[in-house]
Write a protein that binds this ligand. Structure first.
Ligand SMILES: NC(=O)C1=CN([C@@H]2O[C@H](COP(=O)(O)OP(=O)(O)OC[C@H]3O[C@@H](n4cnc5c(N)ncnc54)[C@H](O)[C@@H]3O)[C@@H](O)[C@H]2O)C=CC1
Ligand SMILES: O=C(O)C(=O)Cc1ccc(O)cc1
Length: 364
């Protein structure tokens, strides 16, 4: 018997899920798009078996429906689906970055014979659209599910089973707790990154050297400021109360630094960096997606022709799989910094040791 999976909104997350399911035994994937041009892109990328502009055609005989649209559209889609004669037993889930309001909406709809389980894959990137989709996106990442107490264990089991194709680690979390935690570790950092970039953008109007001199640290902490404005508008508004409270705590953190600097409190500054350094080093093993896309090392490279080719060749002949290579700082006559990214930690370790043995200076 074929399992039909409908993906509503075939962008970064919907497209990546579709790629995980497509071509698997007895699975058929249909994408629902809201615009002809997007549907053409989706078909061209080949992430789904079929695609349709019709909500009904996608939904009516589906066994699973994944809502992968911006957060503000998830509840309206739930309302529409609740009014359709869906296949009995159909499991509707979503991937929205917030959970409390969506789960409450589904509970209020009181759907019978179909089930809703909230979901949130903790993997993604600052990119968006089906062009950025990847079948590897969720591998090893956490995938949060927020089933209500009314959801039967066998229904939960069916969803968890189909999600095995993503190779993510499924974890059950209460929706309100989810929003508090994800508010702190994902939504607040996005606000801080955007505020910092906009602050420097204002200074840059007075002197373009700000942008020109911006180096590794600024780039690292602000990558997520390039995220999609519509997606993030919806996420922040949907987690408003949590974020207002987190921003009050953030103000206290910045006030603390104002105090330390005003007092010239060297010991206090050192202590603040020490505490942060210690806690950050306790971050769990690097994972892909939300926490880390790849295993990276950084190498000082002299600005002479052939160096990058030499490094790539050295890794290639030792069958060390390199995923990406990027020059992140380069000036004439001084060493530049090259970032090498690996999908496997073991490849990163082998590359580090080998390049060190060749005399390169390698940082993690
Ligand atoms: N970007 C990320 O890293 C992550 C995002 N999420 C959540 O996933 C959801 C989707 O985000 P992304 O895939 O990043 O965004 P995206 O912009 O790549 O994809 C959104 C998709 O929804 C489609 N869409 C927009 N309006 C529509 C409508 N009225 N009807 C049908 N489709 C419509 C767009 O065409 C696009 O294909 C959001 O709810 C977001 O909070 C969850 C985890 C990570
Ligand atoms: O790019 C990153 O590091 C992210 O933080 C990706 C991300 C964005 C939104 C989510 O709800 C989960 C993960």
């Amino acid at each position: 018997m074929t399992i039909k999976i409908a993906v509503f909104g075939v962008g970064l997350i919907g497209g990546s899920l579709a790629l995980c399911f497509k071509g698997k035994p007895n699975i058929q994937v249909v994408g629902h798009c809201h615009r002809q041009d997007i549907m053409e892109q989706v078909l061209e990328r080949g992430v789904v078996d079929t695609a349709t502009l019709s909500l009904e055609d996608a939904a009516l005989d589906a066994d699973f429906i994944f809502l992968c649209v911006p957060v503000s559209l998830i509840e309206p889609y739930l309302v529409k689906l609740a009014n359709l004669p869906l296949k009995p037993g159909c499991v509707i889930t979503d991937v929205g970055s917030t959970k409390a309001s969506i789960v409450t909406c589904a509970e209020k709809l009181g759907m019978r014979e179909v089930h809703f389980i909230g979901g949130h894959p903790m993997a993604g990137s600052e990119r968006s659209g089906v062009g950025a989709a990847s079948s590897l996106l969720f591998e090893n990442a956490y995938y949060v599910l927020t089933p209500s107490s009314s959801v039967d264990e066998t229904v939960y089991g069916r969803l968890a089973e189909i999600l095995q194709w993503t190779k993510a680690h499924i974890v059950k979390v209460d929706p309100e707790i989810h929003d508090e935690i994800v508010g702190a570790i994902s939504h607040l950092p996005h606000i801080i990154a955007v505020a910092l970039v906009n602050q420097v953008r204002d200074y840059n109007h007075t002197n373009p050297l700000y942008l020109q001199l911006a180096a590794g640290g600024f780039r690292d902490i602000t990558r997520i400021a390039s995220s999609d404005p519509v997606i993030w508008r919806d996420i922040l508004l949907s987690n408003k109360e949590v974020l207002l409270s987190l921003l009050k705590d953030w103000n206290q953190q910045t006030s603390r630094f104002i105090g330390l600097l005003t007092e010239g409190d060297a010991e206090g500054i050192e202590q603040a960096f020490g505490t942060a350094n210690h806690f950050r080093n306790e971050l769990p093993e690097r994972r892909k997606g939300a926490i880390h896309a790849l295993y990276d090392i950084y190498i000082d490279v002299p600005d002479t022709p052939g160096v990058i080719g030499h490094i790539a060749t050295e890794l290639g002949i030792r069958h060390i799989n390199l995923s990406n290579m990027q020059i992140i700082e380069s000036r004439e006559d001084v060493p530049g910094v090259l970032r090498l990214s690996f999908r496997q930690e073991s490849d990163m370790e082998r590359a580090k040791l080998h390049l060190q043995s060749l005399g390169y200076i390698v940082y993690i």
